[in-house]
Design a protein around this ligand. Structure first.
Ligand code: NDP
Length: 488
């Protein structure tokens, strides 16, 4: 591969310095639209992983960060403002490194800025409790930071899935060692540069390690001086991380995969519900969204009408380079991921009825990149592989139900429990079903809306712990009980 002279090389950020030798292992990051090299990055060595953890420990123990909420609030607020200021440039880089649509990338930057701003406010509200336990005994329950938090991030929303745990961990007074996916470290490194330029962040309080999960990620999870791992990624990797972290008994928070059901009842506003189903399937990010509503559950009597309507919307989507205006579906991240999705599509053709998509682009620009057309399967049995496993591509499975009870049964028929939606005009029905579905989040008459102030997270095998909101802050704290004997 020819490498341009001015090609950017991203490095690790440790104790306030950009480090990483040119002779070290390099990662090539290519644009999924056409396979062209976008930038290179230097992988961290084992010694650099140790140095990053030591820098984080030193920063959290020797600076006043943990005990100075005003400093943390000021730092996070500045970071939020500067991130917003970098919006379009960073969105372009996110689009180039992951093949995402520009508007989706821009929304991601803004979501990150919003999380930072929200947690800037909460940095000054990390309250514990105090009480008299008996006439002689005063208890102070002090909410303290956990210490050094390793944050491991996937590639599908590289920036918002970094800022989500990072803003909460920093607001609570922790130090952070962040590891982005080796497929998308560039936008993360540009974001870390903003931290470098803000004086309120003590050097070493945020560190960046670039490298693969099997080496750098694994070392971070095993590290005896990392107090907590915040992991976002695949359920299988999450289980591995949890088992590995058990050796050092560190705290682990897991945001994992999903197979979210989008349940449409016959009394729903069907125009909105159909749009919601297609939007929920996250074709805007080629289906690469953890909360994607990849199963649409429809009543038997409305089944063919709804499938026809969904097919029409899906076939109208413009597929192409996400940096071009009007494009509604971009490529998936890599050739490996593309092959994996086509394997699922082949399985789907045996298990269910293909409604639209499922073909390969044989010529033209779309054949140059990792594109998969919007694909819908109908009559998908509950036990089918494409109904059970997270495909992480633009593939939607339609399933039918008889009544409310049956809808909840089908909705709950996978190991996942990340998100769900119910479409109906009957609020009582909406609430009954919302309570029956085992899921960290349930939307009513909408899909996919996330808020920095509203908790999200997984039930069942979709995760452990909560992100965003107050609970998202408390994840990164531990309660210390200081007990005072009075009167003597
Ligand atoms: P992976 O689990 O493959 O990777 C996630 C991160 O973990 C990457 O940084 C990866 O590094 C790292 N990693 C891989 N192996 C290890 C290991 N043994 N020890 C430590 N770290 C490791 O997921 P993907 O990147 O493929 O992301 C897609 C998945 O993420 C989907 O399942 C999706 O549902 C889930 N996800 C969940 C979200 C949620 O909020 N619940 C949000 C978004 C995505 P590297 O890539 O460099 O090898």
């Amino acid at each position: 591969m020819a490498v341009a002279q001015d090609l950017k090389v991203y490095r690790n950020y440790i104790a306030g310095e950009w480090v990483g030798s040119d002779s070290g292992e390099k990662l090539d990051v290519v644009n999924p639209v056409n396979g062209e090299l976008v930038y290179r990055a230097v992988s961290a060595t084992p010694a650099e992983v140790d140095a990053a953890v030591a820098a984080a420990r030193q920063a959290v123990e020797t600076s006043d960060w943990a005990d100075n909420p005003e400093r943390r609030a000021a730092a996070l607020r500045k970071l939020s403002d500067r991130l917003k200021g970098l919006g379009k440039d960073l969105a372009r880089l996110l689009a180039l490194e992951a093949g995402k649509l520009f508007p989706v990338s821009l929304a991601e930057v803004n979501r990150g800025a919003d999380a930072l701003s929200y947690y800037a406010g909460l940095a000054r509200a990390v309250y514990g409790r105090s009480t008299m336990l008996n006439p002689d005994s005063l208890a102070i329950m002090l909410r303290e930071p956990v210490g050094v938090v390793g944050i491991i991030v996937p590639w599908n929303m590289a920036l918002s899935l970094l800022t989500r745990p990072l803003s909460a961990a920093l607001a609570a007074g922790n130090a952070v060692v962040a590891k982005p996916s080796s497929m998308t470290p560039g936008a993360t490194a540009e974001f870390i540069q903003l931290i470098d330029e803000i004086d309120e962040f003590p050097k070493g309080i945020v560190n960046l390690l670039i490298g693969s999960g099997g080496t750098v990620g694994d070392q971070l999870v095993r590290h005896a001086d990392v107090d907590m791992i915040s992991f976002t990624g695949d359920t299988r990797t999450g289980k591995h991380v949890l088992k590995t972290a058990a050796d050092t008994l560190k705290k682990v928070s897991l945001e994992l995969g999903g197979k979210s059901p989008n349940i449409i009842f016959e009394d729903a506003d069907l125009d909105r519900a159909v749009k919601g189903a297609i939007n929920g399937a996250s074709f805007f990010n080629a289906g690469q969204v953890c909360i994607a509503g990849t199963r649409v559950l429809v009543p038997k009597q409305l089944h063919s009408e709804l499938v026809d309507r969904m097919r029409t919307v899906a076939e109208g989507l413009k597929v192409g380079d996400g940096l071009e205006r009007g494009v509604e579906l971009g490529p998936v991240i890599s050739k490996t991921q593309q092959d994996r999705i086509y394997d699922y599509i082949d399985r789907g053709k045996q298990e269910a009825k293909l409604v639209t998509g499922g073909y390969r682009y044989q010529e033209g620009p779309l054949a140059q990149g990792y594109f998969v057309p919007p694909t819908i399967f109908d009559d998908v049995p509950v036990q089918a592989t494409i109904a059970q496993e997270e495909i992480f591509g633009p593939v939607l499975a339609v399933q039918t139900f008889e009544d409310e009870e049956d809808a909840a049964r089908v909705a709950n028929s996978t190991v996942y429990g990340l998100a769900a939606a119910v479409w109906t005009k009957d609020i009582n029905k909406a609430l009954r079903v919302a309570k029956k579905v085992r899921s960290g989040m349930v939307w009513v008459n909408t899909f996919g809306k996330l808020y920095a102030a509203g908790e999200m997270g997984g039930a069942k095998q979709s995760g452990i712990g909560r992100s965003y909101g107050l609970e998202g802050l408390y994840e990164y704290t531990e309660m210390k009980h200081i007990n005072i004997q009075l009167g003597g």
